[in-house]
Design a protein around this ligand. Structure first.
Ligand SMILES: Cc1ncc(COP(=O)(O)O)c(C=O)c1O
Length: 374
């Protein structure tokens, strides 16, 4: 029977490997029979969501029997005021993950067009390409995980339709600085869509001396209509469980994405909570400063254990163990700690560790130290 089903499935789907997210805390607690576990595997906000968002979500629970307005009008208006862009330049997805998929579906011809990114890029780009039978190419990174944007430009072919660039990148945490970003923008052929995935924008933007480029400022200033910026409410806004991301782009691009988007992709609780969270700048500021000090504590502590930890502008740290990371990942799991092993990215000696609460950071570091000695 399974051979029969297999024979019905196109090659690109048969060979697709399902995305494996970080193990949920609930699953680990149940498995180990412990009362609590620490998950630092999915770059979530340890402070949770804003109280305003939780209040708005609770209020919306009274209307669960009514379909949402699929255009997310209230959220769109709030975000358009927040970002100072027109509502026609915004579209929402069930996480920016859904938008990655929608962009591939909207703009790529299966079997013909190519998506281009670099090695160790966010894993969804390759998965979406394969799911839609779109060719996928990656350019090299150097040993210190610095972006080689010239290699990216050289790899462009007449079939390249979309270039994906996560800035900062997950899982390496590195970011492209303004001069290099401008070099990429000016070097890309004008018929290629550049998707700037800024899931960690609120952590990175405005950090002194980091020259972080806010891609939205280039779309209007440089007149690049094919620039799409992706952002999310999953990270600094702490709404990962509700699934809301958005794209900012030329209204012509947004119009086509809207034709492909499912009509009720953002549920009403998510719309209400996301809109309310925009009003809580104090929560965003607190989350940003907690992530910055937590990340710096983690990098220092991991370095003092003799490991190579990479500083970043995000709420996570890449760490090179200099030996296979999977056994360490498993020993941490046995002790109730979930980190992210990077074998699926082709980095078998690396872990990605999100910034948790100060108490979680202490526990994670002490446990890594113990496990490395065992
Ligand atoms: C670079 C990057 N892009 C996109 C996403 C997807 O985020 P979400 O679908 O929760 O908005 C993530 C999540 O970790 C990410 O790191």
């Amino acid at each position: 029977m399974s051979n029969f089903i297999e024979s019905l499935v196109p090659d690109n789907i048969r060979t697709l490997k399902a995305y494996k997210p970080g193990k949920p805390v609930e699953a680990l607690v149940k498995e180990l029979g412990i009362s609590e576990a620490i998950k630092v595997a999915s770059n979530e906000n340890p402070l949770g969501a804003s109280r305003l968002a939780v209040g708005a979500a609770e209020e919306e629970l009274k209307k669960l029997h009514i379909y949402p307005d699929g255009d997310s009008p209230h959220l769109k208006e709030a975000l358009s005021l927040h970002l100072k862009v027109s509502p026609e330049e915004l579209v929402f997805g069930a996480g920016s993950d859904e938008l990655i998929d929608l962009i591939v579906r909207t703009f790529c011809k299966p079997g013909k067009d190519q998506i281009l990114t670099h090695k160790y890029a966010f894993i969804s780009y390759g998965l979406s390409a394969q799911a839609h039978n779109v060719k996928f190419a990656e350019t090299a990174f150097d040993d210190s995980f610095q972006f080689d944007l010239d290699a990216l430009l050289e790899a462009v072919t007449p079939n390249t339709r979309i270039v994906f660039l996560a800035n900062p990148n997950n899982p390496t945490g590195q970011h492209v600085r303004r001069p290099k970003f401008e070099h990429l923008l000016s070097g890309l052929p004008k018929d290629i869509i550049l998707v700037c995935d800024e899931a960690y924008y609120e952590y990175a933007n405005g950090r002194p001396g980091m020259e972080y480029p806010d891609s939205t400022t280039y779309r209007t200033a440089v007149g690049s209509p094919l620039l799409i910026t992706l952002r999310t409410f999953s990270k600094i806004y702490g709404l990962a469980g509700l699934r809301v991301g958005y794209a900012i782009a030329d209204s012509g691009i947004i119009d086509y994405i809207n034709r492909v988007r499912r009509p009720f992709n953002i549920n009403r609780v998510a719309q209400a909570a996301a809109a309310a969270s925009l009003a809580d700048s104090t929560h965003v500021e607190k989350s940003r400063s907690a992530a910055q000090s937590g990340a710096s504590t983690m990098v220092k502590a991991l370095t003092s254990l003799g490991l190579k930890a990479y500083p970043s502008l995000t709420n996570f740290t890449l760490v090179d163990l200099g030996k296979p990371a999977d056994p360490v990942y498993r020993m941490l799991l046995d002790r109730g700690i979930v980190v992210r092993p990077l074998g699926p990215w082709g980095l078998p000696e690396h872990l990605r560790i999100s910034v948790g609460t100060p108490k979680d950071i202490d526990t994670v570091i002490a446990t890594i130290s113990e496990v490395l000695k065992s």
